[in-house]
Design a protein around this ligand. Structure first.
Ligand code: FES
Length: 230
């Protein structure tokens, strides 16, 4: 029988199983830790750092850091929330996230995080990138200007769809999502039903012609903040 691990999360005692991450143990205990690149269907990636917590006073990504006996985790403090807010603001200015023109509005996890953190206008200058939009596929649009490099599509295509359609290309500020064909999405074997398409948290990978099937006002985060208990 596996041993239970006991640790402290925001002052409360939480029990978890060996091998669980702080994020998973928090979820199991009903404590929401904000996240963007993490998804329960995917292997942890640790890319966005929105899930940052303090573990015994040191910053760690809750989605990759395993729980350990007796650790003290701080997630809901003003200091940690300020750090996350700053990260989310930087994601907004780094890409072209114009929610009012984006058909993902209301279902977008980046937008929903901004609402949860009370971000109305970023304090940093917008970079207004000009990245390639790939509309070549009859059923799927890829807009790299909205990509947050969370690697959900990379992991989902590889691990859930068994295709490896998406991967990263370039480094640093030039890093971007590429596809496993010469240049265009239409030349890949991606399909609109792929999990890689469904799990994009923002409006970077969109299915065509279904954008307004669910009207604005009736979407996932229109009524409740992201991370609300269900
Ligand atoms: Fe943990 Fe992105 S959710 S680093």
């Amino acid at each position: 029988m596996s041993e239970t691990i006991t640790f402290t999360l925001d002052g409360a005692e939480v029990r978890g199983e060996p091998g669980q991450t702080i994020l998973q143990a928090g979820d199991a205990a009903g404590v929401y830790i904000p996240r963007l690149c993490a998804h329960k269907e995917l292997e942890p990636f640790g890319g966005c750092r929105v899930c940052t917590v303090l573990v015994n006073g040191r910053p760690q990504a809750a989605c990759t850091q395993p729980i350990a006996q007796g650790i003290v985790v701080e997630s809901d403090s003003e200091k940690v929330q300020r750090l996350r807010r700053e990260l989310i603001e930087m994601l907004f200015v780094e890409g072209n996230h114009f929610c009012m023109f984006c058909e993902k509005s209301g279902n977008c996890e980046l937008q929903a995080l901004a609402y949860r953190f009370g971000i109305t206008a970023p304090r940093h200058p917008y970079l207004f990138p000009k990245r390639e939009v790939d509309a070549s596929h009859p059923d799927i649009l890829l807009d790299r200007n909205r990509c947050v490099l969370c690697a959900r599509c990379v992991r989902a295509s590889r691990d859930l769809d068994g295709k490896s359609v998406f991967q990263f290309a370039g480094r640093g500020p030039h890093k971007r999502i590429a596809v496993n064909a010469e240049a265009r999405l239409v030349d890949t074997d991606v399909d609109a039903a792929d999990r890689a398409v469904a799990l994009c948290p923002v409006g970077a990978i969109l299915r065509k012609r279904v954008g307004y099937t669910i009207p604005i006002g009736q979407r996932l985060y229109d009524h409740e903040p992201i991370g609300s208990p269900h």
